[in-house]
Design a protein around this ligand. Structure first.
Ligand code: GTP
Ligand code: MG
Length: 138
């Protein structure tokens, strides 16, 4: 079964939206395999967002992601990678329709409340980064 990595970002945790967001993933048919509340280190965030290190929004992104604990998850199901990203909604907030998590709860592209891996390969990399204890299980 396909697995993906998803995360409720610091503003989602602060706003008490973990349950609401997890309910949407579970309602869709995805199963929670592992989860934890974690205050990510700078090193972990830099590795997670390595592909964006030269982008103009990178410093704001790292500052935002360092602003409090996140809720990190491994989810499993048919097309899990794609399903989580459909439920999350598009990156650009002006494109995020009501009905998606970003469309329903965000007004700003930086403070966009959720993360989902963008491919099966990214999911493997991110699961090992955030859940190294799963090393032998995926
Ligand atoms: P993630 O699931 O968080 O990886 O989002 P994504 O895959 O939809 O977007 P992407 O990986 O391209 O960007 C990572 C994060 O950087 C986004 O979630 C945003 O928080 C931020 N970001 C991306 N593009 C922009 C942008 O054009 N402007 C701003 N301000 N932030 C951006
Ligand atoms: Mg991404």
């Amino acid at each position: 079964m396909e697995k993906t990595f998803a995360m409720v970002k610091p503003d989602g945790v602060k706003r008490g939206l973990i349950g609401e967001i997890l309910k949407r993933y579970e309602n869709k048919g995805l199963n929670l395999v592992a989860a934890k509340v974690i205050s990510p280190s700078l090193d972990l965030l830099q590795k997670h967002y390595e592909e964006h290190k030269d982008k103009p929004f990178y410093d704001d992104l790292i500052r935002y992601m360092s602003s409090g604990p996140v809720f990190a998850m491994i989810l499993e199901g048919d097309n899990a990678v794609k399903m989580v990203r459909l439920l999350n909604g598009p990156t650009k907030i002006e494109d995020a329709q009501p009905g998606t998590i970003r469309g329903d709860f965000c007004t700003n592209t930086t403070f966009n409340i959720v993360h989902g891996s963008d491919s099966v390969e990214s999911a493997k990399r991110e699961i090992l980064l955030w859940f190294p204890e799963y090393m032998n299980k995926i």
